[in-house]
Each structure stands twice: as C-alpha cells, then as structure tokens.
Design a binder for this molecule. Structure first.
Ligand code: TTP
Ligand code: MG
Length: 356
C-alpha cells in the first residue's frame, strides 16, 4: 500500500521561541547557546535565528566563532524548560492530525496520514492547516515535507526553510533526490561522504547509478542500505512512542559518548532488563526497536521485525546491536539509548503451536 508521510520541523526553534518571549528581538540576529564572554567563551551555538545565519553562524559551531562572525547578535542562554513546554504543546497539535505519530526530537515529528487523506493534494492542504494552526496558537513557523516514506519526507522538510512546504510524490522521488548531496541520506556523515567522493560519488543520483557490488565491497551491509536509500526506498514505519503492548528500557549516559564499548555495554544491559521482564510475563516478541538520542536531542528509533517469535536473549542483543551500529557513524555524540520489544504472543500459545 502506498503511504503518505509528513515530516514537520520547526524553524530555528529555540531562537524563534526567544524572539516570541522578547518581541524586541524579532528581526534581529539572536544566538542561543553558551556564553560568548566577549569572544573568549567556551561551548557551542545551540541555534542561531535566521537573521544570525545570514552572517554564517550555524548550530554546533564554537560560540567564540559565532562571536567573530556576528558580535552584535543578542546572545542568550539555553532555556530548555521553556522550549520543552512549547514543544509539548506543538506535539499535541500535530498528534491530532495523524493516524500514527512519532516525535523524533524536541522540534520534529513524523505523521502517517495515509488514511487521513486521499492523495498528495489533500495532504498539502492538511499541511497548510497545520502550519496555520501552529502560527496562530504559538506564533511560530515550521517547515513540512510530504512524501511516500520517512526518509524522503525528512529530506523534503529541510528542502525549503524557513516556512517551507515541499511535496514529493512517488513518481517525483528519483528526480528530487538525484541532485542532492549524499550527505542528506541517513547514516552518511562527513567520513562516509569523503570516502564516497573518492570513488567519484557526490550526489544521491551518482550513488543510485553506482555499481552496487562496489558499494557493498566498501561499506558492507550498510552499503546495501545506502543504495536502497539512494533509490528512494525506505520502509521504516512511523512508530508511536507508547505502543501499549511493549516492554522497554532506556538510559541516559553520564557523559555524551561515541565509544562503541560503552554503547554496546548499555545495549546489553538494557536488553537483559527487558528480557527479564518478558520472561516473567511469559511473552515471546517479534519486533525489536532501538532508540538513539544524540547530544543535540535529535532522536531516532529503528525497528526490526523477526520472521519468528522469540524470547532468546541472544536474538534481542544481536538485533539491538545491528540496529544501533549505523548511528555510531555519526559525528554527534550519543546521549541516550533505549531498547524495546513488542509484537508479543503468549509463550503458552506458541508452545502448543510449535512445541517449543
Ligand atoms: P534543528 O531543527 O536542527 O534546528 P532549528 O530548529 O534551530 O533550525 P531549522 O530551521 O534549521 O530547523 O534543531 C532543533 C533545536 O535543537 C534547535 O532549535 C536547537 C537544538 N539544537 C542544538 O541545541 N544543537 C544543535 O547542534 C542542533 C542542530 C540543534
Ligand atoms: Mg528545526
């Protein structure tokens, strides 16, 4: 069944909220992040307003660098509590429009609207309604992408910012992706981008046309996934955070990390805790979901459904590792990991069926 997926991402989220709190900041360069201390400050830019972006200021850049580019900006500390309040009001609005809803980070969410609208034209109208409601209620703008899957919807929401609305219908996917840099695809960071460039592959179109054997030779199973993505294929579902019948555990690291040993230890520990709970409930599970939250609060969930139901700890740990590994390629550190199992059947029933 063809799907219609929407990705909503707020524009310059923290900075726009600050501009609403203090209307005199509107139209001016605002930089939310560490204290610049007259150019001697440490720490990074959390987000610049679009006015500050004109000076070249970007999220994640050292605050001292921002000061060099734009000393006249209004510098503000991060007020997470306020942003989280606004975020939860916006998520409430968005949730109502979706059949399935997945919040991905403090300012973005996926909506599966396949059964809410008949076609992409109706989806576009719905997106306009959403934009209006958020503008009226919160005085904020967002950018929306609409596409047949999550991958394309996410790229589309970033295509025209701020206040953008980009629709990519099924038959437009290839044309849309082709000129974009490979970096736009999930799991392709700076390092992978450089390796691909050395192979003469710059755009997603180049990657789609490349010899698959060569890509797999160089990048293993991840390479196969790159090719699928380059061809616009992504079957991952919009996943509600709270599926009723699921068991999950998550943990926030003391310090953000990219150390594979620390992360795999955490995955193993969480898997063991989840496993204990499902054993005590005599459940077998089919679906494994992992959750990764990066230091900037960008959050991803990835799932896999096994062709069989199981309660073996090895199945859980192995698949959780496999789902996690693409996220370790990032340049961003990881703040939180989670493991969840769902799609249960009762172990009793399975026993009589399969004589386990
Ligand atoms: P983004 O959606 O990446 O950025 P944004 O909303 O500020 O701007 P855009 O219009 O390009 O979407 O991130 C959402 C919020 O997360 C952002 O307002 C601040 C925070 N954030 C950080 O603290 N550090 C970062 O490096 C990034 C990228 C975001
Ligand atoms: Mg945003």
């Amino acid at each position: 069944m063809p799907r219609i997926i929407m990705h909503v991402d707020m524009d310059a989220f923290f900075a726009s909220i600050e501009q609403n709190e203090n209307p005199e900041y509107r139209g001016k360069p605002v930089i939310v992040g560490a204290d610049p201390k007259n150019g001697k400050g440490r720490g990074v830019v959390s987000t610049p307003s679009y006015e500050a972006r004109k000076f070249g200021v970007r999220s994640g850049m050292p605050i001292s660098g921002a000061w060099k580019l734009c000393p006249q900006a209004i510098y503000l500390p991060v007020n997470f509590k306020l942003y989280e309040e606004v975020s939860s009001r916006i998520m409430k609005i968005l949730r109502r429009y979706a059949e399935k809803f997945e919040q991905v980070s403090i300012d973005e969410a996926f909506l599966d609207i396949s059964n809410k609208v008949k076609n992409f034209e109706e989806a576009k109208k719905l997106a306009e309604e959403i934009k209006n409601e958020i503008r009226e209620k919160e005085s904020l703008t967002c950018s929306i992408g609409i596409a047949p899957n999550k991958l394309i919807a996410k790229i589309a929401s970033g295509y025209k910012k701020p206040d953008g609305l980009t629709v990519v219908k099924e038959d437009e996917v290839k044309k849309f992706l082709s000129p974009l840099p490979v970096r736009e695809l999930w799991g392709i960071g700076r390092k992978t981008e450089q390796r691909l460039r050395k192979m003469g592959i710059k755009t997603i179109g180049d990657l789609a046309k490349a010899n698959p054997l060569r890509i797999v030779e160089n990048f293993g199973s991840l390479g196969a996934e790159f090719i699928r993505m380059a061809n616009g294929i992504d079957e991952s579902e919009v996943i509600e955070e709270w599926v009723v019948k699921s068991v999950g555990r998550e943990t926030t690291f003391e310090e953000d990390t990219l150390d594979p040993a620390i992360i795999s230890d955490a995955i193993e520990e969480l898997s063991k805790e989840v496993h204990e709970e499902i054993l005590s409930n005599k459940f077998l599970f089919k679906t494994i979901t992992i959750k990764i939250r990066y230091e900037d609060f960008e959050t991803h969930t990835h799932s896999k459904t096994l062709p069989f139901a199981t309660n073996r700890i090895e199945d859980l740990i192995e698949n959780a590792y496999e789902l996690t590994s693409p996220f370790l390629q990032s340049e961003k550190k990881i703040r939180l990991v989670g493991v969840r199992v769902s799609n249960f059947i009762s172990a009793e029933k399975q026993k009589t069926l399969a004589k386990l």
